[in-house]
Ligand binder design. Sequence first.
Ligand code: SER
Length: 589
Amino acid sequence: MKSYELREKYLNFFASKGHAVIPSSSLIPENDPSVLFTTAGMHPLVPYLLGQKHPAGTRLTDVQKCVRTGDIDEVGDATHCTFFEMLGNWSLGDYFKKESITYSFEFLTKVLGIPVDKLAVTVFEGDDDAPRDEVAASVWEGLGIPKDRIFYLPKKHNWWIASTTGPCGGDTEIFVDTGKPVEGNPSPADDGGKWVEIWNNVFMEFYRHPDGSYTPLSQKNVDTGMGLERTLCMLNGYKSVYETDLFSDIIAKLEELSGKKYGSDDAVTKAMRIIADHMRTATFMIGDEKGVTPSNVDQGYVLRRLLRRAVRYARMIELDSTLLTDIAKMYIAKYKDVYPELGLGAEHIVSEIAKEEEKFSKTLGNGIKEMEKVLKWVQGDTLNGKTAFRLYDTFGFPIEMTVEIAAERGYKVDIEGYNKAFEDHQKKSQAGAEQKFKGGLADTGERTVYLHTATHLLLASLKKVLGRDDIYQKGSNITAERLRFDFNFERPLTEEEKKAVENAVNDAIAKDMPVTCREMTIEQAREEGATGVFGSKYGEVVKVYTIGDYSKEICGGPHAEHTGQLKHFTLLKEGSSSAGVRRIRATID
Ligand code: SER
């Protein structure tokens, strides 16, 4: 089966069950600073899973572009890809377990023709947070899956959440028999490769809070996800995803350009897989509607790592790395009917790849020579952090690449030393530069400090008035005159809401609550339920500012000593900042 057939069959099937077919969203999440990329089909749908009405209705289906970089080091094996497409269907407070499982079963056995005796499933075994899922199990049994192929597993396996907080729930996972002989009847969690997972149906009925507690969502949802690449591989009986039509012509091109044969030896196979995977991901990242360009931070850094790694692996198979643009062009041609943004951005994609390739090619050879020279003199088995930093700063080696190359030669890298060298360098280059408001205040004049405290009260009040625990700071800018605060919310605030927020802040001021500060680890701060969206940008130990029992935020400070000092709060203006982000200007007198 070809990729277009599977996409079409899936969407048509769910359309026939009353689902609206919606387009894929961007690879860059709209409202979530905790992750760099969209990692699942449900990601762009979070507001709707939390109860907001979706314009297309309560039954949705799509094919979503996703990127997961967590197991980038596994790429090169048979199944791991950094970019993949996720086929998904959702019920937003509409149907639940019975229909969801029945639809999945019908699609797999009737539309795809997978024999029932090739299927196994897992369900949630239950714990203090949610009961054992006898409902899902009995639906499966009713459909003909025998008891000994329904496995009950704990949260570790059968519970799904996108990150540490948010909508979540127990799930049922569907597996297909690879035919690999095994002893006994092991569960898919421990089966030595007998079962391959192709579909995950999540019964999303809880919200997980920062303190680890769960509360029921206002509606019961279903969120399912099926990996396109993996399912195609299974349906065709292939050994790896690179044999599917998504990659096979790319691999053939790499053979032609390099004069090497895929499958001839492990190193060549791995290199071709890595190039094929990374170039596809890079093409989609640059060509995304919110296009990424190579840089040293966030999404841009991931893109840079992927492209530089592809360049290095191209060299390893003696492939002229300027030809990587040819590979990108093939991907654009292959995907542009499904993802028109790639066709529209074709020139830009190719030119960004060419630029990055040129930049890195110049220094790659010298960097490797330098590294080999240094490794000759290394005492013990660890490359020091200063050298790793020099390889980054002078030769453009992402640290992950230095680690990888060192490992190939049997050495480790002192990552702590690298981080320290990196920070020292940053401190030096920042000295004298304009200090910006970064989780703390640059201007520590009295009014600015009080406005900073007002910002904390404002966030706590927004959560309270709008009844939403998932509201967080998207941006903050404070001058002596006013505060400006951006937060995630999908619609304008009503006049009543604005007034209520203003009143709530003024009540907190009138109560003259103490503002206290404690230092703790980021984990403790999370456990105590402190708000803070800057994640790893903070060091290990953070300051947590508490205002009475009203607000608790990770923050660099400084702040007022007690809220009475703020006197009176006025909300000046509320408006849109960007899609899904609102901006409030306010002041104190
Ligand atoms: N969100 C679930 C997953 O990614 C199901 O779509 O597996």
